[in-house]
Design a protein around this ligand. Structure first.
Ligand code: MF3
Ligand code: CO
Ligand code: CO
Length: 262
């Protein structure tokens, strides 16, 4: 399947579902505290998406994924499966990744939460990873190369002695959850595809405190951890390329992005 270019009407639907996904992250924030299980966070999000938003949680049954959201704690990089046995505790970091389907379109976004008081190194990793996402978003516009986005992320992270996960990447998104192109979070300037107005895709850098290498759980087939068991962080937005930049379709109230584009 080639890259899809969305019409104005399709972008309007992507804007709606992007807003819903962002609102799930805003809704869940007060619950993300020491003592709650990731299984409970999943139930709260599931019920909100289904009963309040009248939408569909995309992860549920996606390639056999068993829950409605992904919860990735500490050395889990991505695709963590919510569980009633996984209780959050002071000092933990967690990525909550929400993908919602409404009117046939997907909105995909994730953010990091800290539980109680974080060690300085954990807070630093979270902040740098968000800066990686924001630096890439600032570049997005027609004619920009995908490699330019990967380059800025890799340069910034590695200069601070973090590593960039290479085994998982961002993706085109629309009627299909994961469509072309692949959006690598590392690379070289002026390489890869050039962006065009109407493209919609995610940027979702996974940045490790230690080495970039990953390990896939043999027990559940989903949970991706750092090979060295050091911390990992991730932030994700869904974007639409506009005539002169981009619109962050999953922007939250706390963020600096302008409605309709940057
Ligand atoms: N939301 C993830 C992404 O950013 C994908 C999760 S797939 C699942 O692409 F099956 F693990 F839910
Ligand atoms: Co994604
Ligand atoms: Co996601």
């Amino acid at each position: 399947m080639p890259v899809t270019i969305k019409t104005k009407d399709e972008i309007a639907l992507m804007r709606e579902v992007g807003r819903l996904a962002a609102e799930v992250l805003e809704m869940i924030e007060p619950y993300v505290k020491a003592g709650i299980s990731t299984g409970e966070l999943d139930r709260i999000c599931h019920n909100y998406i289904v009963n309040v938003q009248k939408a569909v949680p995309a992860p549920l049954n996606y390639n056999g994924f068993p829950k409605s959201i992904c919860t990735s704690v500490n050395h889990v990089i991505c695709h963590g499966i919510p569980s009633d046995d996984k209780i959050l505790k002071d000092g933990d970091i967690i990525n909550i990744d929400i993908t919602v389907i409404k009117d046939g379109f997907h909105g995909d976004t994730s953010k990091m939460f800290g539980i109680g008081t974080l060690p300085l190194h954990a807070q630093k990793l979270i902040t740098v990873t968000q800066e990686c996402l924001y630096k890439a978003i600032a570049l997005v516009g027609p004619g920009v190369y995908l490699g330019d986005l990967g380059y800025v992320i890799q340069q910034y992270a590695e200069a601070l002695h973090y590593s960039v996960v290479r085994d998982y990447c961002g993706h085109g998104i629309g009627r299909i959850f994961h469509e072309e192109p692949q959006v690598l979070h590392y690379g070289q300037k002026q390489t890869g595809m050039q962006l065009r107005e109407g493209m919609t895709f995610t940027i979702e850098p996974m940045i490790n405190a230690g080495s970039r290498f990953t390990k896939l759980s043999r027990a559940d087939g989903w949970t991706v951890t750092t090979a060295d068991r050091r911390l990992s962080a991730q932030w994700e937005h869904t974007l639409a390329v506009t005539s002169d930049g981009c619109e962050v379709l999953t922007s939250r109230k706390e963020e600096p992005f302008k409605a309709g584009g940057n």
